[in-house]
Design a protein around this ligand. Sequence first.
Ligand code: XCC
Ligand code: SF4
Length: 655
Amino acid sequence: AEVKAKAKAAKLADPMEASIEPSTQEMIRRAQQLNIETVFDRAVTMKPCAIGLQGICCKNCAMGPCRLPLPKDGIQGEDTRKGLCGATANTICARNFARMIAAGAAAHSDHGRNVALTFLEAAKGTTKDYKIKDPAKLIQIAPYFGVATTVEEDGVVKDRDLQEIALAVAKKAVNEWGKPSGTLDYLKRAPQPLQDKWIEEGVMPRNVDREIVEIMHRTHMGVDQDYKNLMKQGTRASLADGWGGSMIGTDLQDVMFGTPSPLQAEANLGVMKEDHVNIIVHGHEPLLSEMIVAAAQSQELISYAKEKGAKGIQLGGICCTANEILQRHGVPPAGTFLQQELAIITGACDAMIVDVQCIFQNLANVAKCFHTKLITTHPIAKMEQDNVIHIEFDEHHAMEDAVRIVKMAIDNYANRGAEVIIPRHKTTQIAGFGVESIKYHLGGAFRGDYYTLNDNIINGRIRGIAGVVGCNNARTKHNEEHITLIKELIKNDVIVLTTGCSAIAAGIHGLLTPESAAVHCGPGLAEVCETVGIPPVLHLGSCVDNSRILLAATEVVKAGGLGNDICDLPAAGSAPEWMSEKAISIGQYFVASGVYTVFGYHMPLDGAPEFKNYLYKEMEKIFGGKWDCEPDPIKHAHKMIAHIDKKRAELGIDK
Ligand code: XCC
Ligand code: SF4
């Protein structure tokens, strides 16, 4: 009876209110017809906690939870709010914020660590499935780790053996997570004035793990009680993510799997094919998905699929795994974070393979209603539901595991029910940009030519650069903020670099094509895009690949003409539909690298106005970057543009 009462109370989402994207609307409707609940229904059924929203609920000890909501009429006179231990709203809010950074940095950096450890195995030759695919990238990064790329023999300088370089780089890289002294090697890739700021502020990360552990220590009951000092550590851990774990992850993935270059692919749920075996890979670490791609493309397994009555194997991705295999192989993303349940609801998903991060536990409940095999693969991410299969992936027999998983999907093809409904919507996109390809496609350098990025910023054809990244959030209308914001930016001649689910959204809504420049861009940006043949919105990969944006910004600074530091650039960052703790870590490392960073939806800071003011105003005096929040995408865009114009004026390049 109780279960029934609960079921009755559940509300259904209005598909048109839930998303601006037609295939998503269609699948929400389909789910409701089938009585299958999705995140969109849960979002209208359960409202978020009003106190948690303010960021001032502390449960860091068992005398709490202590909740310090802002009085209805604001603070009159002195703020006397205290937890049992005396913790103020600022302390509680800063501790919560720092813990979000810790979790986010941990997720990115643990991903990076797994990549580094696998690279070490590859360098040692103890795994045969992972190799060096991009030696040029290896040679490019080796010096940052202090690894020589040449040797001198009898007075003659020769290239050093590649495997030897790989082994030395791998050992140094792995060490970045726990070295006992010094600071992270990659910090020296940043512009010198930025490094000087970090040194002066005492926020140079020592090693990746230590900074995350130290946040957990400092935010334990009764330790750090000064919100500025807490944020100092938050900053240090976030830098260990952006300029450490994430950046090493991106680089070593490029070394092992290839540095992306622009390629064409499709996007959206419509990439799934009724007469093919559909395999969806979802999560983050390409260690797994690279092997699945190789297995699914093997003649042997394609023939096996045909034997089982399918026309072939169709791979698709969700979340950042989608971006990883899109940028290196042109495998199409089937959807963003919020479309994960919907991919199964098509009835055509023969297997969904997941690893870590952004994976709904409810996938198992949805999969139960279909023939879909839901396969977890990571030792740190299992599901309790009994229809979930766990096949643990291991770098020593990675290809073997991948073959087994793909075979399982093929064998499952025959078990489909009659009810296959795949939305027809799909788009074409160009993805796979990076620092190297931006340079290549825009004149072969960053400066000194009619085509280059810096020259076009200086002459005003390009007004500035925006990084638009991050998640979807079921508390906002799916993709609306991403797309409205990006369109407003390019309309105002701001070139957009995008990653994560924002990049998938941009692809789905047709913004990642050179042709979209003529339709959506202001005259200056349109002219540049049409001249060199690039989209006005450049897909730079997954969320760990936000490190590519840091490095692109650094290259722009180093090429000259636009100031001496990242904070001098006419640039701004944004995560309009953020939801994950990783987004907070990313936001903080962008701010601490000098970027004005605006988040959409809401920030859990309202209960601590002083701490909020510190992030939104004071931080700029320290690092040149600051936080902001604006849920309305048009206003959001214009806050970024106003900042860009301010920087242009400071540089003396305003029209
Ligand atoms: Fe997850 Fe990276 Fe967010 Fe998408 S954007 S919802 S974190 S998959 Ni990173
Ligand atoms: Fe309350 Fe302080 Fe314990 Fe937090 S640490 S729950 S504020 S007593």
